[in-house]
Design a binder for this molecule. Structure first.
Ligand code: DER
Length: 233
């Protein structure tokens, strides 16, 4: 399949930031996968020595299949940089992530990193977050209670009564690497991401939401012509 030229341009620009000896976080999703391939090619070509932590089993398997050495986050500890995709990027570099179901590990790895670099195609750049359904990872126990508590929190924030849909893979619930379930909040727009993040985080049963606020330091937006635009905070 033809690699998306905008994603490839962003991935290559991010890989160019990698220095020998770095401790890296490897993101999840189609753009991050292109980045992992480009990174592996650079490691082979230049004999770079890197230590990598993956944000999902899928990324770990891909990276190892390409000869990258992947260790657990606890083996490596604090990271120099994480390169990851996003579903939406707003002007403050606030993100929605989790479209690939990996936002819990992605957020932990991003939090372990001195610098978080997001790579994306132009379609991810938005004026306001929320058109993309907001993923929320929840434990299975009391799922319907947790879902009802999420709905109540949204109403308390005057975000109205939106769909809070159980994410499925086929006819079964989507199960994350941590064995949890995901609900997607079809909000349409999120006027106050900080308030929403704060409200979701305290709901019993909610493990992690897909709002990444103040975590992204640089967003590299690839263009179909192979150029990139850098958005930094
Ligand atoms: O799940 C995630 O947060 C991913 O980074 C993701 O949503 C972006 O995926 P894409 O690069 O395939 O659009």
């Amino acid at each position: 399949s033809q690699t998306d030229p905008a994603k490839l341009a962003a991935a290559r620009a991010a890989v160019a930031l990698v220095q020998n000896g770095m401790k890296l976080g490897l993101g999840t999703g189609s753009t991050a996968s292109i980045m992992v391939r480009e990174l592996a090619a650079r490691v082979r070509a230049e004999g770079l020595s890197l230590r990598c932590a993956a944000t999902s089993r899928a990324t770990c398997e891909l990276a190892e299949s390409l000869g990258l050495s992947v260790e657990s986050l606890d083996e490596i500890g604090w990271l120099d940089m994480t390169i990851d995709g996003a579903d939406e990027v707003d002007p403050d570099l606030h993100l929605i992530k989790g479209g690939g179901g990996a936002h819990l590990r992605e957020k932990i790895v991003a939090a372990a990193s001195r610098r978080m670099v997001v790579i994306a195609d132009p379609g991810k750049v938005v004026e306001q977050l929320g058109a993309f359904p907001l993923p929320v990872e929840v434990v299975r126990f009391g799922f319907e209670i947790t879902r009802a508590l999420i709905r109540r929190a949204l109403q308390d924030l005057d975000l109205g009564d939106c769909d809070v849909l159980h994410r499925l893979r086929g006819s079964d619930p989507w199960v994350t690497d941590e064995g949890n379930w995901i609900v997607d909040l079809h909000l349409g727009c999120i006027p106050d991401p900080v308030a929403l993040a704060r409200s979701l985080a305290v709901i019993p049963g909610v493990v992690e939401h897909g709002l990444f606020l103040g975590m992204c330091h640089l967003a590299i937006i690839g263009k179909p012509d192979g150029t990139v635009v850098r958005l930094d905070r």
